[in-house]
Design a protein around this ligand. Sequence first.
Ligand code: MN
Length: 734
Amino acid sequence: MKAFTAKEKKDIINEFNDLLKTANVEPKSEEHKVVSKAFKIAYEAHANMRRKSGKPYIYHPIEVARIASHEIGLGTKSIVASLLHDVVEDTDITIEDVERQFGPKIANIVDGLTKISGVFLNRSNMQAENFRKILMTMTDDLRVIIIKLADRLHNMRTLDSMPPNKQLKIAGETLFIYAPLAHRMGLYSLKTELEDLCLKYMHPQEYVEIESLIKETEKKRLTYINRFALPITSRLNDEGFEFEISGRPKSIYSIWNKMETKSVTFEEVFDLFAIRIIFDPKDDIPEKIQCWNIYSIITDMYIPKSDRIRDWVSQPKSNGYEALHSTVMGPGGKWVEVQIRSSRMNEIAERGYAAHWKYKGISQHEGELDRWIKEIREMLEDPKSDAFEFLDEFKLNLFTSEIMVFTPKGEILTLPASATALDFAFFIHSEVGLHAVGAKVNHKLVPLNQKLKAADQIEIITSAKQQPDPNWLKFVTTIKAKSKLKNVSREHRKKITEEGKINLEYLLMELGMPSNSNVFRKLFNHYNTQNKEELYFKIGDKKLDRDTLKKIMKKRSRSKYIKFWGIEKPGTTNAAQKFDKSKPLIVDDNTRNYEIAVCCHPIPGDDVIGYKASDDDIVIHTSSCPKAIELNSRESQHVVKVEWTSQKLLAFLGRITLKGIDDVGIVSDVTSIISKELNVNMRSINFESHDGIFEGLIDVYVHNSNDLNNLIMNIGNIKGVSTVSRQEIKEEPI
Ligand code: MN
């Protein structure tokens, strides 16, 4: 404990005064006295205590009070309770002390807040059915839950200072318990913020990606919304409405959730436009009628989807939500969801029912709250109402993309919905995963590939003798399990590669052969690979013997390119060429240390990439080659950009396919065109014809893709040729 400095003390006082101001606590009022007393007690109780971030602890209760009052709209009692929410749990102050100082009501809330932490901590009690009962018996006053939510929100906002494993745990339970609770209470903006923060810590990469995609697409979205809104705006103006139209911003979490659960792309989610119209109601007309007036104006312009009207104006949702929703056909044939709300309805929607009081005058605050709490309580207690929905939510299947499961000790773990028992094992610890032999789910023995369901309780059975099986990769879904298993198989692969290398080196030595590039080219060809690693692995896997090696060496090497017009430039090997990823590698006549991939047969001028097969060898693939795409994702550190345009000395194999009407002269027409092309050498030609239609394949040597394109164009001009195009060379030349 480091004592507060004078400056820190001053800052704390300022912070508290700021709270009083934002909460509209009148100076010298009775409320002011009570809140100040609570602050003083909390300040002294938490004196010199600090949070993980190093900040004085007292900032936390002040911020919780600010969220409860300013962001949610609770009154003085809640500010007092918020300020005191951690004192009984963390300091010497007792609940009796609180009652003596502040009376039974506040003591009751603080007591509830202390106990509720216990409920949330003791996960074995979290079996869904019990949860609601515990909530209800412990929280006579729903303010307890709301302040608990404010507490959690502040903890989530300051989660950065926690160690990563704590972050995950806290985010997980926030998504599991607190966000649904906030939703249930109608605290939408709080819920949204909680969810976004959870995503940020649970799936940071996706979070950042979606965030930047939103930024990228914002202009497009705004343009569309403007186009949609323009005619509405002018009509509403004519009708004398005071209003605001905005494109409803979807939260990062909700976009992510849609993408996950519906397996759709960002664009597909984002293409669903939604527009919100918030109006200041005219005094003399009921809000409900004004909502329907606006609806009528919009549907004058855009055709509504008749089955998509949601009238929560006549019949508010049980959590207090009011609005009129409709879906209409917007410009460009896009469905647009329109939400119509008065500013009062909007306040309720964003900040919860508590915000409602703002419209009823401050003095009525507490009475209104009591009424609202009573409503929610009744809803929770009535087994026939949609309280069942609430119960269902806590039957843990709220998030279809994720499930919550239990350890034997009753701890909760969040796993993807597709997780298997083995995933769970790896989640516990990679050693548990690697040595797992079976599992017990809800006390029944099951195989490791058993798919888990929400609320399953899982125990993993391990054996020190067990070795991970490569087949396991087929049924694990979590990144952790996959990467661990891949690591293990990578080590296995490394071992085989090493064996293969020794195998080959030994045989070459025995046969008295050098290990030069000529030998390797033949081996590469035989094993259909382009790099030494893979070659060694293949050799190690199948065990190469003397005779086979001899046979391979006797085969004529089919070089992938031939030299023609060929003066070879002497002494220009730049084997030491460095691979700088930021700059494209220039491949020209002076470059010797490269080869052309047999899988895609690129030609200079094609869009290509280079794969660094070894220290001084590079293999060139077309960028669209599946192999290249795989390399790029798997071994991107070995992939370099290549600029490969001017080749004068070497020629490359290209293939043309053509089709047309069979005509006696067609073959000679084609060959004569080819022979006239100075930069092209024909290697082979193959024509087939049936039913008056011919199809041809021509292999030619060219210097670059321009030569090939010219040739294709000229052949295309021949009378009778209907289609002609370059074809990928998949197998060996014809
Ligand atoms: Mn707290």
